[in-house]
Design a protein around this ligand. Sequence first.
Ligand SMILES: NC(=O)c1ccc[n+]([C@@H]2O[C@H](COP(=O)([O-])OP(=O)(O)OC[C@H]3O[C@@H](n4cnc5c(N)ncnc54)[C@H](O)[C@@H]3O)[C@@H](O)[C@H]2O)c1
Length: 314
Amino acid sequence: MIRKIGIIGAGTMGHGIAESFAMYGYDVNLYDINAAALEKAKLEMEQELVMLAEEAIFARAELPKILERIKLSTDLKQTVEDRDYVIECAPENLELKKNLFKQLDEICPAKTILASNTSSLPLGEMMELVGEDRKKRMMVNHMFNPAHLIPLVELSFFGNMPEEIFAEVEDLYLSIKKQPIRIVKDVPGLVANRIMQGVAREVFSLIEQGVADAADIDRALKFGPAFRYATTGQLEVSDFGGLDIWCIVGDNLLKAMDNSQSANKLLRQKVSEGKLGVKSGEGFYRYDPDKVADIKIHFMKKLIRQLKVSQTYV
Ligand SMILES: NC(=O)c1ccc[n+]([C@@H]2O[C@H](COP(=O)([O-])OP(=O)(O)OC[C@H]3O[C@@H](n4cnc5c(N)ncnc54)[C@H](O)[C@@H]3O)[C@@H](O)[C@H]2O)c1
């Protein structure tokens, strides 16, 4: 049974994953190569957990205990040598991840299951330098940002891992109220990122063509397709609508839609002008620097409300 968690990399994803496990009683060791990154992670976890307590996700009295369960370290050996499950959340660089897994394979006990939170790297290449036995205990474990709020976790089941080890990991995620899905083929982007890019490609194309303004395009998504998607998946939606209708509309519309094979031109132009979104003060919308902190809190609070409601769905 998995009880002790190790996390490598305390950035955007690592700190959120650490608090997700600590909230449900797991003992978490969080490692980063950079001490300042650990300090930042500590602050972010405290702020995020306070907000979760305020929103009654757990009792306020639990907060100090949750924080105590997360041990910070810049010592890799100390972080992982007694762990059951280690999730790597280091930068998206194949050589870096390959070498990290080699080190982890050498330090960790034989029982340890190693996982990568990679967004795009193939498992087969990341595990090239680990021993044959460890390959049976390696997987992709892809979560979404903010990891402490988004329930989805994509788990690889690509044929290298026995069913019973996979089931242990699946149970682990169910125990922290996440929604694990089993991915059986190693395709770039797995499932959720591919769906998201498909939507994003059309949204960027619509704004580029001037079909509607940014706020209306976003409202069309939030109060149309995405309103339904929060409760009902695309395949269920298709079955409800009738596959014959989806066939006719697909034939009529798909030929008129964007099918580009690289990032949208308007998006690229904004990046070249330094318009990167919230972090630079402008993207598709403008952000007043004095209001950014409140905008982020509002974003998180909406997700927390959504999380509470989603726990009532089957
Ligand atoms: N940010 C997202 O939205 C998101 C979503 C899903 C998956 N991912 C994936 O998760 C992984 C981490 O992404 P992130 O956004 O958290 O990155 P990040 O840059 O926020 O954090 C990475 C952390 O790793 C540390 N680090 C660098 N080299 C290291 C090493 N050798 N050993 C240990 N730590 C090291 C850095 O100091 C930093 O704190 C990447 O593979 C990324 O593709 C990111």
